[in-house]
Design a protein around this ligand. Sequence first.
Ligand code: DQA
Length: 144
Amino acid sequence: MKFLVINGPNINMLGIREPDIYGNKTYKDLCDMLLSHAEKVGIEIELFQSNHEGAIVDKIQEAYGSVDGIVINPAAYTHTSVALLDALKAVGIPAVEVHISDVSKREDYRQISFVREYCEKTITGHGFMGYIEALDYLLGAIEK
Ligand code: DQA
């Protein structure tokens, strides 16, 4: 079973960016945690981070036919991107939306999520654990 974990803009700045909101751990810490979880539960994961909307669209399209589930934190593109929603709809791969911070308690402009319409589930405010929960959810949903 293969899963793709996509992170949008500025997630590579974790540890530096707004630590009061996102914590002190780095993007590498996140990747290490996800890779060791994948090994533990016996799945393959690919980790992808980009600051570019089109590159994320390309990655979602490439996943067609080769990936069983997508975990996506579109970061700021959550609140702006119809293109990411359309890409997810185009490939039809089960997906879960993740946010490190609790976006529901933040600014008004963060209350809209375009990808939410497609995603089976949204996990927000659980920090790095949200990604693990998303992977486990997809694994459980696919194994059923
Ligand atoms: C985020 C929340 C978004 O509003 C923000 O633009 C991000 C990160 C999160 O993980 O909490 O970059 O997706």
